[in-house]
Write a protein that binds this ligand. Structure first.
Ligand SMILES: NC(=O)c1ccc[n+]([C@@H]2O[C@H](COP(=O)([O-])OP(=O)(O)OC[C@H]3O[C@@H](n4cnc5c(N)ncnc54)[C@H](O)[C@@H]3O)[C@@H](O)[C@H]2O)c1
Length: 610
């Protein structure tokens, strides 16, 4: 007979516990909510009140339902209050000794049939369970932040958890409107094992001043398509909790150096900068617990804007005169591939005169047809008028020669990703182009400086990286080499603004911001699959429902292309020599087998419709 859960206990009403109380009480379950002191209890109650009041204000919860929800919660200090509950979920800080002590105490206080669950993110559920006399009734129930919103619960079974306990807890998740994935007891489970290496890397980018906090967060939102940036997410999770999770993952997850907490995290925790809950972390918040970011000394003077309210674009509109410096009105675009095709359209639509050069490759018939077709589709969708389309086409000179670039103000190179070819092209551009012209490469994996040094004017050379898909992502990474002048950078930023794109400025390192943060995560997902820990669907689900990602890692890999992903991962590994960045063997094998993703009909999934 399946267990009935009519009354549950929640221990610890911090960031997670208060949210978990809300989830149960909203779904008609009585809750005994326990804290360590009256003061902590008052904070937990206030968190619940704030959250339910917000839900009422947004029209997501009726006032009567809110009152009924609160009437189901019994706030108490001390574990003794849990003597009559059917299930307890522990959500105290991420310390093994503390959790083991609490479980031993719960074992003493609770009825013999009560199930004991931990919300730990990274600690061993097995280690916690053996502090009790009932390890077969102990599971991990890992909710995601914010618990009332995120759909995923990871149900963690240990080698001794009874099967009926897992079944009953899974049924409970369904009753709460959650989707569960059931997995074995491994540090970080699915989502955190894939998330925290990425978050830690973002902190080290910030710590080493590779990019600003705003640029890192905006890059991952606009360039990576993620719901929030990594530093803002760390503030939401809590820096103290994040530190403990990383520490455990490092020690029990194979001593991968990517999980060794970046020193800055420890310093911030020591200084009491814990994120939203303390009112300050990477960003400053209106008050402790508030989600509202307020300007502080690090806020860029020009924008004084919070990252979550960053504009999708910084100016420009289709068909308008370029808002960039007057010096840039004509643009040479060299290349015939996907990026070049996208950029010819993007520049011409923004009002620039475009010379499309096929370089030494193939005739440009393909590119002009592709741009025409794309513009026609835009007209059909209602994105632009037929007159705008015709005006856009009139601004493009097809099949221009390199020599015709003598008078342009900007050259954007988008030829094949091969260093020798790019260097030869830049050497030619150096001979042909007038002085002071900005020379940009769209490379995604080659060092920009190697290309710049093929010219006699490296100060005028930089990278303009348009993350895939070029036509849709509203971001450009402006890549500065050690030689690039401030003027060249400013011109590039102004031109991108005229294209309606947000820019982030970063140094000349493999992967820049977006790819360097994104691809190791994708590679880690492949390793997790390879290790047999979880399936393609479970991993994709976990990242979508637990972290709010629009698509899971395998969907991204199949869409970007496994060969492209492998090439980027290889370049990251080559540059950093970090063992954890070595491409997953499974990724290499699939590429060798010709399973490249959507393009070939098969990647991690079969797309042939069979
Ligand atoms: N923060 C997240 O995003 C997140 C997400 C998923 C899981 N988790 C996990 O949830 C757990 C809690 O994390 P958090 O971020 O909510 O921590 P938190 O620091 O925000 O809250 C912990 C709460 O536990 C209370 N507490 C401490 N000792 C206690 C005791 N002996 N009895 C009762 N209450 C006690 C504290 O007063 C505090 O309110 C951790 O295991 C963490 O790894 C956190």
């Amino acid at each position: 007979m399946a267990r009935e859960f009519t009354r549950v206990g929640v221990v610890g009403l911090g960031t997670m516990g208060a949210g978990i109380v809300e989830v149960f009480a909203r779904n008609g379950v009585d809750v005994v909510a326990v804290e360590i002191s009256e003061a902590a209890l008052a904070r937990g109650r206030a968190t619940l009140t704030r959250s339910t009041d917000r839900a009422v204000a947004k029209g997501k919860l009726a006032e009567d339902d809110r009152d009924a929800l609160h009437s189901r919660v019994d706030f108490q200090v001390g574990l003794d209050a849990l003597h009559a509950v059917d299930l307890v979920i522990e959500a105290v800080p991420e310390h093994l000794d503390l959790k083991r002590r609490i479980f031993a105490e719960l074992d003493r206080v609770c009825r013999p049939d009560t199930i004991l669950a931990t919300n730990t993110s990274s600690l061993s559920v097995t280690d916690i369970s053996v502090a009790t006399q009932r390890p077969q009734q102990v599971v991990g129930l890992h909710f995601f932040n914010p618990a009332p919103v995120m759909k995923l619960v990871e149900v963690v079974r240990t080698v001794v958890t009874a099967a009926d306990v897992v079944d009953d807890v899974e049924a409970l998740c369904a009753r709460l409107g959650k989707v569960d994935v059931t997995i074995d007891d491994r540090a970080g489970f699915i989502a955190n094992a894939l998330l925290f290496g990425y978050l830690n890397h973002a902190v080290s980018m910030f710590e080493t001043r590779y990019a600003t906090r705003e640029d890192i967060d905006v890059a991952m939102k606009l360039g990576g398509g993620l719901p929030m940036g990594p530093l803002a997410l760390l503030d939401l999770i809590g820096l103290d909790t994040s530190y403990e999770i990383l520490n455990t993952m490092y020690r029990h997850g194979g001593r991968d150096r990517r999980h060794a907490p970046t020193p800055l995290i420890r310093q911030m925790v020591t200084a009491g900068l814990l994120g939203r809950k303390s009112g300050r972390g990477f960003y400053t918040y209106e008050k402790p617990g508030s989600p509202k970011v307020v300007p502080d000394e690090q806020t860029p003077a020009a924008t004084q804007q919070a990252p979550e309210s960053a504009p999708e674009s910084t100016g420009g509109s289709a068909g308008s005169k370029p808002a960039g410096p007057a010096a840039v009105t004509t643009v040479g675009l060299v290349g015939v591939g996907v990026i070049a095709t996208g950029l010819v359209e993007v520049f011409a639509r923004a009002g620039y005169e475009v010379l499309s050069v096929d370089g030494d490759v193939a005739p440009t018939a393909g590119i002009s047809e592709a741009v025409r077709a794309s513009l026609d589709e835009g007209v059909a969708r209602g994105d632009l008028s037929a007159a705008d389309r015709d005006a856009t086409l009139a601004r493009i000179t097809w099949s221009a020669t390199l020599e015709q670039l003598a008078d342009v103000d900007l050259v954007v190179e988008a030829v094949a990703e091969e260093l020798g070819g790019k260097q030869a092209l830049f050497a030619r551009l150096d001979e042909i182009c007038k002085p002071g012209v900005l020379l940009a490469t769209t490379t995604s994996s080659l060092p920009v400086i190697e290309v710049a040094m093929a010219t006699q004017r490296p100060a005028d050379v930089l990278g303009l990286h348009f993350p895939d898909p070029t036509a849709r992502r509203p971001l450009v990474e402006v890549v500065r080499t050690v030689h690039t002048s401030g003027e060249a950078t400013a011109t590039a930023q102004a031109v991108c603004a005229a294209l309606g794109r947000t820019t982030v400025v970063c140094g000349d390192r493999a992967g820049f911001v977006v790819d360097a943060l994104l691809f190791p995560y994708l590679n880690d997902a492949v390793r997790m699959l390879e290790a047999g820990y979880a399936s393609v669907d479970d991993i994709d689900h976990a990242m979508k429902l637990g972290c709010g990602y629009p698509v899971g890692p395998f969907a991204v890999l199949d869409s970007v292309g496994l060969d492209v992903s492998l090439a980027i991962q290889r370049s990251l590994y080559r540059e950093q020599r970090e063992p954890g960045l070595a491409p997953a063997p499974l990724l290499e094998h699939l590429v060798t087998a010709g399973y490249l993703g959507h393009r070939t009909g098969r990647g991690f999934r079969d797309h042939t419709g069979r």
